[in-house]
Design a protein around this ligand. Structure first.
Ligand code: BG6
Length: 483
């Protein structure tokens, strides 16, 4: 790959130091980033190249152990880095930047690791300084707005400056190995697709459970809450990949068209239905992984917040393939384990020939584990070996990525950043997808805000409020436990 320029707005921020630069470093170690590439961190602080490299050097320490080749690569990688001071709301620094980036033949990526309220003005300044030519790509992070109207406004502002094909809306869940593997699993095997429909599938569960709390993001998170932070983007994207029709190819728009159809087929959850179909929670003090932790309000330092740190909901995709198949979604902070998975539960056998069994016949389940231990399990009923008659037991066919493929599993940002440089938007969201996702989320939010009820309390270290258990048990089903 030819040398390129990557410019990170928010170059001293958490995302840049914790995710983007470590991801670029690993791609460098693997030989995908060649000499002559420039990576510039931009922020308001007065900092020289050396001081910036020092910050990045420190940030990269944690990842050095991940790959034995990386210590030797550290210094040459840092050589590619520079720092430029810029004021996003004034003209300071822009002309100099434009002077440095004047070679139009190089791929130029602007990564806007800054708040969405700045996307429009940064875009306008890039345009004013002639930095929007054909080889330019811009990457924007979530949140793209806080509702549909604000997302439309952001998309309009970006659309005034860039062509849609230049805009990469990142959802890092789409860069996770197991998420991409969903496409391989569904469309690279003839086995699943004939069964992938209401006739054979009882229901689908998607869980994204975290053990972390607010971290240092109180001002963002308290305005956002779990519905906007996780469901609107990551979880709905997972749902789309499970539910979409087979695209005709891997072309970005072929996939995005199919995802959009799913989003538009989601049954709206409005006023009357929210209390039946949604549960929101907020954690109280408890213990996570054996460590006592404070409650959300204590972490926040205020006691009047109704922000949800947990959501469970029952969604439905209204089309021929999925009619009557519930999609149970849940996500939360300060839960028992860090664990994300998609569970597809197939229907029961129509008739049992086994008579009285010690163990019931469980329906088959396909479990796609995103984290921590990435892999795929297919739970089947098997005969227990031995002469003592036909005894059945539920056991998994187990494909662990680590065991099967070995080596380190790349982080989501590694794949996604290189896709931007290569100009492949397949794993990024088109504007209509983002807006359709908000259109489904907005009425849920509105109903919650109009309701007198507060989020249900749950103890940190639990699996969320008991109402989330009731949500699924009302339908005679249970949340999947890996047992
Ligand atoms: C981010 C959310 O998008 O995803 C965070 O803003 C969340 O609140 C994070 O913690 C989870 O990502 P991952 O890759 O650790 O599952």
């Amino acid at each position: 790959m030819a040398p390129f320029d990557l410019i990170i707005f928010g170059g001293t921020g958490d995302l840049a130091l914790r995710k983007l630069l470590p991801a670029l470093f690993h791609r460098y170690v693997d030989g995908q980033i060649v000499a002559g590439t420039r990576i510039l961190g931009l922020a308001r602080d007065t900092l020289g190249d050396e001081a910036y490299r020092e910050r990045v050097r420190e940030a990269l320490q944690k990842t050095l152990a991940d790959d034995p080749r990386s210590p030797a690569a550290l210094e040459p990688f840092l050589e590619m880095l520079g720092y430029r001071r810029i004021d996003l709301s004034a003209d300071t620094g822009w002309a100099e930047l434009a002077g440095e980036l004047s070679d139009e033949s190089r791929v130029r990526v602007f990564y806007l690791a800054v708040g969405p309220d700045l996307f429009g003005s940064v875009g306008a300044r890039l345009q004013a300084h002639g930095l929007t030519g054909a080889n330019t790509r811009v990457v924007v992070e979530k949140p793209i707005g806080h509702d549909r109207a604000s997302a439309v406004a952001i998309n309009d502002a970006l659309g005034k400056v860039f062509d849609e094909s230049q805009i990469y809306r990142i959802d890092h869940y789409l860069g996770k190995e197991t998420v991409q593997n969903l496409i391989a699993l569904r469309f690279g095997n003839a086995l699943f697709e004939p069964l992938w429909k209401a006739e054979h599938i009882d229901h689908v569960q998607i869980t994204v459970a975290e053990t972390v709390g607010l971290e240092r993001r109180a001002s963002y998170y308290d305005k956002s809450g779990a519905l906007r932070d996780m469901v609107q983007n990551h979880i709905l994207q997972l749902l789309c990949l499970v539910a979409m029709e087979p695209p005709s190819s891997l072309a970005a728009d072929a996939i995005r068209d199919e995802k959009l159809k799913v989003l538009r087929s989601l049954s709206p959850i409005e006023n009357g239905a929210t209390s039946q179909l949604t549960v929101r929670g907020q954690y109280r003090a408890g213990a996570v992984e054996g460590r006592p932790v404070p409650g959300y309000l204590e972490e926040l330092g205020r006691n009047d917040s109704r922000t949800e740190t947990f959501v469970a909901l029952k969604a439905e995709v209204r089309n021929w393939r999925w009619a009557g198949v519930p999609f149970y979604l849940r996500t939360g902070k300060r839960l028992t384990d860090r664990m994300s998975e998609i569970v597809v539960t197939f229907r029961q056998v129509p008739h049992s020939i086994f008579g009285e069994l010690a163990e019931p016949i469980y329906p088959n389940q396909l479990v796609i584990r995103l984290q921590p231990d990435e892999g795929v399990k297919l739970w089947l009923m098997n005969k227990v070996p031995g002469p003592g008659g036909l005894r059945l037991r539920r056991v998994p066919m187990d494909l662990s990525f680590a065991e099967t493929f070995g080596g380190r599993q790349p982080e989501a940002y590694e794949r996604l950043l290189m896709d931007v440089v290569r100009g492949n938007p397949m794993l990024f969201m088109r504007r209509d997808e983002v807006e359709a996702a908000w259109a489904w989320i907005d009425p849920i939010r509105a109903a919650w805000e109009a309701s007198a009820d507060a989020p249900k309390a749950y103890t940190a270290g639990s699996w969320g409020p008991s109402a989330a258990v009731a949500l699924i048990e009302r339908d005679g089903r249970t949340w999947h436990e890996d047992a």
